[in-house]
Design a protein around this ligand. Structure first.
Ligand SMILES: Cc1cc2nc3c(=O)[nH]c(=O)nc-3n(C[C@H](O)[C@H](O)[C@H](O)COP(=O)(O)O)c2cc1C
Length: 221
């Protein structure tokens, strides 16, 4: 796939076909992604790949924790008070994901069902947890982790697969560790749902928006 088309064509996939992703395909994606850049080639990431029964247990746990409204206990803080411009975009996305599915704001049951889908990683057959060390961590290591996660998403897209980065998968880190023994000294930062996209699902097709360049690019000639 041509690079510009891959960058523009990648999008978050929120419904997957039921078939598994062969391990060899997941491996090919990770083989490509390990070429992501990092500070001094330090490659500070660890990836934990959940499939099969382990993933099924994770989905069950994440739904249960959400249903009982357990307070979020993630390894990385989740921002509550967003700056105005970001809050507006976040709010807009929240509205769009519901309206595209025909879900009305007042339809709590349908909204709850959608959030249940989200916390079960949109039923993807594979979920990769992207982690970094708890110690010796500054913002640059988080940047490195972002670089490899985007590279995973692009590589997957180039092979006809879809991804969705999911903070919603990383909310209950202690519970995750009971199912998938990710060491305590690794921070579980984000999940990456991976699978074959369901092309007919409206949320996999709606038109997305981005800020124009003049809102965030500052030329200094
Ligand atoms: C760190 C991070 C966490 C995210 N967590 C979630 C999530 O929990 N649920 C979700 O539906 N999308 C999540 N997303 C996906 C974003 O909503 C999505 O990337 C954004 O709306 C832009 O849309 P696009 O990926 O289709 O271009 C996350 C993205 C990032 C980078």
């Amino acid at each position: 796939m041509e690079l510009a088309a891959a960058i523009r064509g990648r999008r978050s996939i929120r419904k997957f076909q039921p078939q598994d992703v062969p391990k060899i395909v997941i491996t090919e994606i990770l083989e490509e992604a390990r070429w992501a850049p990092s500070w001094g080639n330090t490659q500070p990431w660890d990836l934990y790949v959940l499939t099969g029964k382990t993933l099924a247990k994770f989905k069950e746990m994440n739904i249960q924790q959400t249903l009982i409204s357990a307070s979020i206990a993630s390894d990385v803080p989740m921002l509550e008070n967003w700056p105005a411009a970001m809050k507006a975009r976040y709010g807009e996305l929240g509205k769009v994901v519901l309206s595209v599915q025909g879900i009305k704001r007042e339809d709590k049951e349908a909204r709850d069902q959608y959030y249940k889908n989200m916390v079960s990683a949109f039923d993807a057959p594979c979920l990769i947890f992207a982690c970094i060390s708890r110690d010796n961590l500054v913002e640059y290591q988080m940047l490195d982790l972002g670089l490899i996660t985007q590279t995973i998403c692009l590589s997957a897209h180039g092979k006809g697969l879809g991804t969705c980065l999911l903070a919603a998968a990383a909310r209950f880190s202690a519970q995750i560790r009971k199912i998938a023994p990710i060491p305590d000294d690794k921070k579980i930062v984000v999940g990456i749902a991976l699978g074959y996209p369901d092309p007919s699902f409206p949320l996999n097709n709606f038109e997305r928006d981005r800020a124009k360049l003049d809102e965030f690019v500052h030329w200094m000639e």
